[in-house]
Design a protein around this ligand. Sequence first.
Ligand SMILES: NC(=O)c1ccc[n+]([C@@H]2O[C@H](COP(=O)([O-])OP(=O)(O)OC[C@H]3O[C@@H](n4cnc5c(N)ncnc54)[C@H](O)[C@@H]3O)[C@@H](O)[C@H]2O)c1
Length: 323
Amino acid sequence: MKKILITGVAGMIGSHLLDELIKRGYEVIGTDDLSFGKLEKIQHNLDNKNFKFYDCDILDHDKMNVIAKGVDVIAHLAAVKKLGKEEFDVRIMEVNGRGTESMFALAKSNKARIIFASTSDVYGMSSDIPLREDGDILMGTSSIKRWSYAVSKLYSEHIAFAYYRHYGVPMVVLRYFGGFSPRSSASWSGGHIPIFIDAVLNDKEIIIHGDGKQTRSMAYISDIVNGTVLAMTNDKATGQIINIGNDEELSVIDTAYLIHEIANTGKKLKLKLVPFKELFGNYRDIMRRIPDLTKARNILGYRPSVSLRQGIELTIKAMRKTL
Ligand SMILES: NC(=O)c1ccc[n+]([C@@H]2O[C@H](COP(=O)([O-])OP(=O)(O)OC[C@H]3O[C@@H](n4cnc5c(N)ncnc54)[C@H](O)[C@@H]3O)[C@@H](O)[C@H]2O)c1
């Protein structure tokens, strides 16, 4: 039986991946420093004999070396996605850059396979839609802090290739496109869907960035987890960058209408459109972000199986229970 380490296990994707791996009978070690993750997301697994949790910062080399001893696979999901407060500026680069490098060193010393959670953000402002893994990337200038997350992940992709080519570490880079679930953070780092659902269920105003015509392709968590497990278990994925998500496209404002329609609260939809410049200064929003899933299909046999509507229905149902 394989022993798997999930970093960032108390986060949205990590906690669902843990559920799936436990269900499949794997032995799982999970770490999280609980800076953004919550213990309640993994509470139901804490007593499982096949799971061991460690409250640990991935930058703590000595502790991570002991925790990871003998693992066969590392699913490296721990990252800082938040922008905003100045303290996060340094943490993003430290955790996503230096922390990721440490996780590749850990994979090397344990002769483990490593799956690295990258992001559609690395495509930057590329308008080459649908976005292909071998396409060019267009980043904004470094003085705009919104780009730091994308650049930190891009840097880590290069670490992945350096360790793969130089040390032969078997790695897969997965570029996730906007995943959501009832466990998503209800702040912007969890994407727009959970925030909009929370607003509609609680009769609050929905803030729309700009005119809301920018589109997104959002994937329900089970598809993200499925793609991750396929990458973990399929050797043909080794040394590859693979988009994982759903290629269904819907504008942000139409997503608000759809959520309002599905929730059927009997209350009016309250939308507030805020000009982009007021929110993010010189950062220009990405207008379209659709994954090309050909590679995921050909290499992994991956196909998203939950439509946006079904994913929203499932999320609303679960979020209603916690109200
Ligand atoms: N959710 C998405 O839509 C999405 C899209 C693209 C990429 N990703 C990537 O997938 C991964 C998981 O995303 P998520 O949505 O579950 O995020 P999340 O914020 O819910 O989970 C990340 C976890 O990492 C933990 N963490 C942060 N710094 C740490 C550190 N120094 N040591 C140990 N743990 C630390 C946090 O506490 C958190 O629990 C991230 O790498 C993210 O960049 C997610």
